[in-house]
Write a protein that binds this ligand. Structure first.
Ligand code: ATP
Length: 259
């Protein structure tokens, strides 16, 4: 990840950088197609109509799942600003998608809107959280506390989604034992402890040539889904979901559009 070096900036700068990365990613997905207390008040056993409805659908398009966090983030912002109701047209104009698209996406899970009234904002937030299984705090482990990894640890934007980076690992003995954004960096040898720590998500931020090995070890350690930030394709068993984000690939497309 040396190509993604972001310098020795403050934590604040790193957060801004990551914010840009994440916003960029969301923007890309868009063209293709109350607070944290919420999380604590919802429980795993609370399988409600929304999730039951989603279970009836075997094939919800990935594109729909990609858009749900976008809707969720906007709905959380609306809720925080005191909005009670939002129409699909309002939501659509805030997000740059069509109202039809929003209604269609939510219809996979039984819909939620009332004709002529729109969506109750708080219900929409809870509904999407349940669908995405973000109604419980989901814990992630980060592997590779280099420049990119440190920026990820400093990024505050995971919390509203109920995502917590609960562990960080590195192979470099000079980093192991050091505190990075409130977390003690652990020796990569301890990756096997993830299963009993109830950590199910993995984030790979190691150089490309180490990524496959780390993916294998994460799977071995019981990780169920991986965010791969290494510039390398990784192979995992079918049951494991992998999303790869290589920002160089996004940037490399842009010059083509310069007039
Ligand atoms: P730095 O110069 O601080 O290492 P960097 O972002 O330039 O930062 P990279 O070479 O991209 O460094 O590596 C990212 C991080 O991944 C580093 O902290 C490195 O020690 C760690 N790393 C590399 N290989 C492994 C591995 N097999 N297991 C765990 N961590 C690894």
């Amino acid at each position: 990840m040396t190509a993604l070096r972001i310098g020795q900036g403050s934590l604040e700068k790193r957060s801004v950088f990551i914010n840009m990365v994440m916003e960029g990613t969301i923007a890309h997905e868009r063209t293709q197609n109350k607070s944290d207390n919420f999380i604590n008040t919802w429980h795993k056993s609370n399988i409600t109509a929304a999730r039951k409805a989603s279970m009836r659908y075997h094939k919800v398009p990935d594109e729909t799942i990609k858009r749900l966090p976008i809707y969720l983030r906007r709905a959380i912002q609306l809720s925080k600003s005191g909005a009670k109701c939002v129409s699909s047209a309002e939501l659509a104009s805030l997000l740059g998608v069509s109202p039809w698209q929003i209604r269609k996406d939510l219809s996979y899970f039984g819909g939620l809107g009332t004709r002529g009234v729109g969506y109750n904002v708080d219900r929409l937030v809870n509904h999407i959280r349940e669908i995405l299984k973000l109604d419980v705090i989901q814990k992630a482990a980060l592997v590779g506390v280099g420049n990119l990894g440190s920026a990820i640890l400093a990024f505050p934007g995971f919390l509203p989604f109920g995502l917590e980076i609960a562990a960080a690992f590195d192979i470099d003995k000079r980093k192991v034992g050091k505190k990075c954004n409130g977390l003690i960096v652990e020796d990569i040898e301890r990756l096997g402890t993830l299963r009993k720590r109830d950590i199910t998500l993995g984030i790979i931020a190691v150089p490309g040539d180490a990524a496959q090995n780390i993916a294998n070890e994460l799977v071995e350690a019981g990780i169920k889904a991986i965010l791969n930030l290494a510039p390398r394709y990784i192979e995992v068993p079918k049951r494991i979901k992998v999303i790869t984000i290589d920002i160089a690939l996004y940037l490399a497309r842009l010059p083509y559009y310069i007039p």
